[in-house]
Design a protein around this ligand. Sequence first.
Ligand SMILES: C[S@@+](CC[C@H](N)C(=O)[O-])C[C@H]1O[C@@H](n2cnc3c(N)ncnc32)[C@H](O)[C@@H]1O
Ligand code: SF4
Length: 353
Amino acid sequence: MTVPHNIYVHVPFCMSKCRYCAFFSRACANPDWDLYTAGIVAELKYWERQLGKISIPTIFFGGGTPSLMPVQSFRKIIHTITTLFNTEPDCEITLESNPRTLDATKLDEFCAAGVNRLSIGIQSLSDERLQFLGRQHSVADALHLVDLARRKNIRLSADFIYGMPNDTVDDIVKLCDDINALGLGHCSMYELTIEENTPFGKMNLNMPTNDEMAQMYIAIGDRLNIPRYEVSNYATHGNECRHNMNIWDGAPYIGIGRGGAGRVLINNQWYEQMGNGELFNPLDHGARAIERVITGMRMVRGVILDNDTKKIINMDFVNSRPDLVYRTNDGRIAATKHGMLILDDVIANMTRG
Ligand SMILES: C[S@@+](CC[C@H](N)C(=O)[O-])C[C@H]1O[C@@H](n2cnc3c(N)ncnc32)[C@H](O)[C@@H]1O
Ligand code: SF4
């Protein structure tokens, strides 16, 4: 039995490493793109042998910095996917991008080659904070890319980081006002996380307290004029990231490229896998259901209640805590606004085993 799979392609190269980032990528000005592309093509062929000519609802190029990739490599990867598989007619193809890696010509070429959704890492609308983060661009560079993307017929998203040392709720309200003025259809608002083995991890930074972070999170929900649809993601109706929504709902996806994680489904058996053949382990239905509850509950619309998730979810808890969780009209369990604020506790309490 073959089922549709979404595709995630990891591009593990960046111009330089930002001081907060623990994502799998390395600073490399001139990677061997032909070698990288040949590896991706070989992986795609491997998956065609395993899964057959499956249909592909979405493709997401994440990183790292996928916009560093020569368009020729991107074209080759997309051509391989469309040849080997049934790319759905409205397939969402997202490219993560950094300001200063795309000019008008390269963006045109990416769009002509299939990109129909661009995610821009803006991170901050303050040059001082961008420098603190170790970014290689200014606010003006980021806004220039937003302008270029607006001229194309594509969907647009931007990433921002909040909760930096000395950030106040007023700063975040101002950030939201500035984002509102940009008129984006989608943005991701990430709380700065201090990761081990990053420069920030070694700096003993004076971070906002948990309570201050919670106040900032509430302020974002109140002030941003784009509705929240997941813990860190905001979109106007129809502008949600379909790739991520599918994955958070528990749809299968293939991780391609070193560092690309996936969950594939072959003959009703789940496997957790990583690109470049790094990992391929069976995953039982119970373990997969727990993952689906965790990612599903992070969405405002909640997790789908089906035979697998029913075995995991403690309905006595759901029925007894309407202040935290509720059953939606379309067969899901979702967190209330209050439940979202203490989601980790809610998930721990509503799951068995
Ligand atoms: C995998 S990165 C790729 C995006 C792109 N390379 C860029 O930097 O613009 C995706 C997003 O994760 C967020 N991110 C990465 N590390 C983070 C951290 N330690 N705390 C909060 N957000 C983080 C950033 O907003 C970043 O845009
Ligand atoms: S935040 Fe983006 S550009 Fe910076 S190191 Fe991480 S992946 Fe690379």
